[in-house]
Write a protein that binds this ligand. Structure first.
Ligand SMILES: OC[C@H]1O[C@H](O[C@H]2O[C@H](CO)[C@@H](O)[C@H](O)[C@H]2O)[C@H](O)[C@@H](O)[C@@H]1O
Length: 616
């Protein structure tokens, strides 16, 4: 059986990332990019789907582990029953040509015998490579992929069952290094790496990066860990940001809500950008803004809600039938069909991020403003249409209130930009009219006066945690009775005992509003599906609880906000990481891991409550 999701730690090299468990096993690694096939896919199956474990022969989980302070270098230590102690340091150095995964074994006390079990299975666990020895390496080759393992000092290895076993005994002060390098299979032996130098540079680079963080409030470690995680999810060659480095970690154990997050959502990325900018990271923000301008170039009608790492537009979704899924949660999906959805909120988020970039003093790009105007033209023609909304429902389109509110925000930011900078070309009055029209319609059709709350979609009784963003985007002031009513209604209907929030109800909608799930729906039978068109249930959605803390603070309930924030911090795993969702009954993390959205929420709320510009 695989480990709980919260048992994993992340290491990465700004182009891909690996998950290492508390048993010392690398159970997930896609090479050479985040979205490439995995050569270790045990996370979504079993050991036969590829993994690499280094651990004392008689041990299960480690005794302790931690990142070296403010880095992505992971130290895992085992104390053995006979008094021995050993450390394995895992990291992926900044890449020059090829990706490397380095594992350094160091004896700390006594003598400890460890075993390295390396089972490479390319293409998501489906391809068993040929193994051979060449130039002091163990080489695994299959199709386009080759992986080269170098062990220093050289020790005998045994190949059995298409697996490489290496037994070593280290005494205090002794060290054995394992360097695993991926190469296109047509290239020759990779260059030899100086492990000490690579480790030193990794530690220095991460610390120098983290030192720039301008957050000085409480829980700084958790905030910095979140920012490091966001940085690790950034694909350095292009500036694109993935939503998470995994696919198909389930939102419900045993369920079908399993999606591929190894792509760049405009929504998730713009929110990530906001968190990085707040913390003072202009370079990443600029790289992402430039990525956006390249990805979105062309006809605004063709703007997608997500792209590949380099701006690729086709991300076809298919199911991988040979992988059983995490704890049997099938299907495992590669690609994401949501790429073709209409999600009107994205226009608001993109326009907001362009405005933020301008206000933060990022070098302006004339085509940034041109893009904004083109997006606004599209919105003017389309804001009144139904969409799939920010939760990417796979049921029928609706008039999602959050989508309209964000369309309002796009018009609002455009009006303000024109008011602030008379040199910008554009007609403020026409965007003012659009802004007012959206506002009026939302207040009429998206607000339930009887219950004093905004609703998930027009003429519906459902609620949605995304409505907590209404005061944050400035659609209404926090003290407006409708805002306070909405916050209270959401807490009551979507909140758990601990105050965590579900994003919406997954129950079958009441007969008067149920349109039934059609077309895209994934459920077995249309009648069983809820608003999202999916069967089954899910956990509480981590970022929504951070949004609730922000909303409580904005409405003067700062003590409650701080208490909720602290309960949310307690959901982080031992190395500070959060997945997308949480199961409060089982006390387990759920969904893709670690997720940018969740860490954006953590950093954002810390800034809201305790940052340099915090109020109240
Ligand atoms: O719940 C159904 C949808 O779930 C995924 O979308 C979620 O993740 C996205 C990336 O973090 C996020 O932008 C979105 O708001 C979330 O709902 C999945 O990617 C979709 O395909 C799926 O329909």
């Amino acid at each position: 059986m695989r480990r709980p999701i919260e048992d994993y730690a992340l290491i990465g090299d700004h182009q891909t990332a690996a998950l290492v468990s508390r048993t010392g096993s690398v159970d997930w690694l896609c090479l050479p990019r985040f979205d490439s096939g995995a050569c270790f896919a045990a996370l979504l199956g079993d050991d036969e789907h590829g993994h690499w474990r280094i651990a004392p022969t008689d041990a299960d989980v480690c005794t302790r582990r931690a990142y070296r302070e403010d880095t992505l270098v992971l130290d895992t230590e085992w104390d053995t029953p006979d008094g021995g102690s050993v450390r394995v340091t895992d990291f992926m150095p900044q890449r020059d040509h090829a990706p490397d995964l380095i594992r350094v074994v160091e004896g700390l006390r006594g003598a400890v015998t460890l075993r390295s079990t390396l089972r490479l299975r390319f293409d998501y666990g489906s391809v068993v490579p040929w193994m051979r020895r060449a130039d002091g390496h163990h080489v695994a080759v299959a199709g386009p992929d080759s992986v080269w393992l170098r062990i220093e000092p050289e020790v005998p290895c045994e190949g059995r069952d298409f697996t490489t076993y290496t037994d070593i005994t280290v005494a205090a002060g002794e060290r054995v290094t394992f360097v695993l390098t991926w190469h296109p299979s047509h290239e020759t032996c990779p260059r030899l790496l100086d492990v000490d130098q690579a480790l030193r540079e990794s530690v220095e680079d991460w610390r120098a990066w983290a030192a720039h963080c301008r957050y000085e409030g409480p829980h700084r470690d958790a905030v910095v860990r979140s920012l490091i995680t966001l940085k690790a999810l950034t694909y350095a060659p292009t500036g694109g940001i993935v939503a998470a480095p995994t696919t198909s970690l389930p939102e419900e154990i045993g369920g079908v809500r399993n999606w591929d997050y190894r792509y760049c959502w405009l929504r998730d990325s713009t929110l990530t950008l906001g968190a990085l900018l707040a913390a003072g990271y202009l370079e990443e923000a600029e790289a992402w803004r430039d990525w956006l301008l390249r990805a979105a170039a062309g006809n605004p009608d063709d703007l997608q809600i997500m792209y590949g790492l380099a701006g690729e537009r086709r991300l076809p979704e298919y199911e991988v039938e040979w992988l059983p899924g995490y704890e049997g949660s099938a299907p495992v999906r590669i690609g994401n069909k949501a790429v073709h959805q209409r999600q009107l909120d994205v226009y608001g988020e993109v326009v907001e991020s362009l405005s933020l970039a301008r206000r933060s003093g990022l070098a302006t790009r004339a085509h940034g403003w041109r893009l904004q105007l083109a997006l606004m033209e599209f919105l003017r023609e389309n804001w009144h249409r139904e969409d799939e909304g920010l939760w990417e429902v796979r049921g029928p389109r609706r008039h999602f209130v959050h989508s309209k509110v964000l369309a309002w925000a796009a018009a609002d930011r455009t009006v303000r930009a024109l008011e602030e900078d008379p040199d910008l070309p554009g007609d403020a009055e026409c965007w003012r009219e659009l802004r007012d029209a959206i506002h009026t319609e939302v207040c009429e059709r998206g607000y339930d006066a009887e219950r004093n709350t905004f609703t998930q979609s027009y003429d519906s009784r459902e609620l949605d945690a995304a409505l907590l963003l209404i005061p944050r985007v400035g659609f209404l002031p926090p003290e407006d009775a409708r805002v306070v009513g909405t916050i209270d209604a959401i807490r009551k209907e979507l909140g758990t005992e601990e105050g965590f929030l579900r994003r919406y109800s997954t129950a079958e909608p009441a007969a008067d509003t149920a349109a039934g799930a059609v077309g895209e729906a994934v459920g077995d039978a249309a009648g069983e599906a809820a608003v999202d068109g999916l069967p089954g249930d899910e956990g509480v959605f981590v970022v929504c609880s951070f949004w609730l803390a922000d909303a409580l603070h904005m409405t003067g309930r700062t003590r409650e906000a701080e208490e909720l924030f602290e309960r949310m911090l307690a959901l982080c795993n031992d190395v500070g990481l959060l997945s997308e969702e949480y199961d409060p009954v089982a006390g387990r993390q759920l969904g893709n891991f670690p997720q940018a959205f969740s860490h954006v929420g953590l950093a954002g709320t810390a800034f809201t409550l305790f940052g340099p510009d915090a109020t109240g």
